[in-house]
Design a protein around this ligand. Sequence first.
Ligand code: ADP
Ligand code: MG
Length: 702
Amino acid sequence: MRPDILTPLFASLAGLAGVGPKTQRLFDRLVAPGGETGGTARILDLLFHLPTGVVDRRNAPGIARAAEGAVVTLEVRIDRHRPPPPGSRAPYRVMAQDDTGEIALVYFHAKGDWLQKLLPEGERRVVSGRVEWFNGAPQMPHPDYAVAPEARDTIPAVEPVYPLTEGLTPRLVARAVAGALERLPALPEWQDPDWLQAQGLPAFAEALRSVHAPAGPLDHPATAKAMTRLAYDELLASQLALALVRRDLKRRPKPPRPGDGRLKARILAALPYSLTGSQAAAVAEIEADMARPECMIRLLQGDVGAGKTVVGLLAAARAAEAGGQTAFMAPTEILARQHFRTLEPLARAAGLGIAILTGREKARDREAAMAGLADGSISIVVGTHALVQGPVVFRDLALAVVDEQHRFGVHQRLALAAKGPGTDLLVMTATPIPRTLMMSYFGDVDISRLTEKPAGRKPVETRAVPVERIGEVVERLAGAIADGAKVYWVCPLVEESETVDLAAAAERAGDLGHALGPVVGLVHGRLKGAEKDEVMRRFQGGDLRVLVATTVIEVGVDVPDATIMVIEHAERFGLSQLHQLRGRVGRGRDASTCLLLYKGPLGETAKARLAIMRETEDGFRIAEEDLRLRGGGEILGARQSGLPGFRLARLDLHSDLMAAARDDARLILARDPDLSGPRGRALRTLLYLFERDEGVRLLRAG
Ligand code: ADP
Ligand code: MG
């Protein structure tokens, strides 16, 4: 149960000054976790909505010395009002001066009587806002503040700047945040007081207050300390929760599952290739884990095309040798289907029952699969997260293989693991996640890496082509298609609107169809599952030669004889996305090409990204460059530049705190395994505060 002391923080914003139902909805969109899907913004969310910059109003240079574009505060005498002539669209101007010169305060669509009251002629006023020079004369459009000299103190010297959403003004947000801060209860200290003192870090509440009322620019030492404190709280909460979950998983008694190699041998015999050295090594590590009496939590890292699927299959074979079942989870239906197509013949060759469950099988097939899982006649089930949501019962779920892990939340992984009393967990990812991010997701985790590419892979020739030359590109595609080539054509991701994405992709597919004939298919997120399958099947079969796709959702798709990848608006994609997309080609015997169609002029970052893509195919190098260029969020496909899944901690500023938080979490649990001492109880509050309380349920009551 969440401690009562936190109750005010989990309340909605109702009752805050200036927040009615309509404003609440705007805040829902702005700050609620999952706001776009209908979450309700709470006091806590507002408190964690941190400023991204400041406006410093301490600059008071006098009118003549106010630089173009600078925010300044000026004490002026109001000279005269110059309303626009009736019917004109010109702005309303109020002329004012100080000892150094004259300035026009400029208002669009303003009411004259309101301005007369605000800025009476002949009176002195302090105004603050951004100055623009126009034809040699300074003006200040819509001053942010205009007050009498006695009220100068009501203008904040340094004002935080918050991310906004349409309909919310800076002042509304600032006022709501101030109201939220008033509701912040006195919380027990969960950090080690000696450590806090040694580091010079403030208490939680004090830290929150000071980041919302920064004393200067955000890198001001006091603000930085406050940010560090908050980030460390969040990191500790996360590491503590992960440590609890991990301890629980490790503690669950698991029947050791030694295999005899019989099924593995059959699968190896059925493969048209032999394993690479690192595939074989990964399989050996997994088998060793599975034979232990504690649960495996292992990450299998390998670049796109490295051959992770077969490693997962061999782990499943191992589980089956000991009589256990495997759930293979993919992030999308297309990927689940593709896995199924790859795995089915191999599983059958080994005599293993296999089924697919994605939430849209026909009722009969679904029931048959469920029955087979319950009675154990099905050894491997491939599916999406529907696998963990539905009432699926396994006879003996020995292994969960989760593909492309970063699309799943901790909850889903745990829910899957909880389907079996002692389920081993193998998470496969194509993202060479840097150590810091890995820790943020898993705490401690064992890792197997596929470092070699399967033999026979050819490098992909990568070229950047300005979009103006799209006509030539299409012409060359026509030639290549005549020679038997298959082409992926990826359309841009426009974050704001899926509808716009779709329209652009549909139009492109139409154009290409005109130019190339009826060999162009389109997949996008809104297609029904069966329609998607159909398009994929026709592309795989060669009936379609060009697959236009809207998104990177289908990154795991494997069509080995596709040799051309065209990425439109390549400048809009992150490096890792580009790399993953390019990884779709270069898988077969023939040489492959990747064309990065870009629309200039390119910014520095975009230019650097395209250059790196031309230079290297090394996924680790690309991940590092990506981290350098864009911050960690991009690596995991998240939109924010902070740490995905974190609200306060930021990768660029706080990644070195992660290891400290992990060690701290370990130490805390070693000393107080049930978090029942005074600090332990405060730490429980911390877990609830950051909504990492899934770990608390695993503790004995207290
Ligand atoms: P990913 O790691 O991206 O999931 P896949 O498992 O989809 O990669 O494998 C990519 C392709 O490489 C598949 O067509 C697969 O059959 C093939 N492959 C996997 N291992 C080997 C190998 N050792 N030798 C040759 N081809 C392989
Ligand atoms: Mg894969």
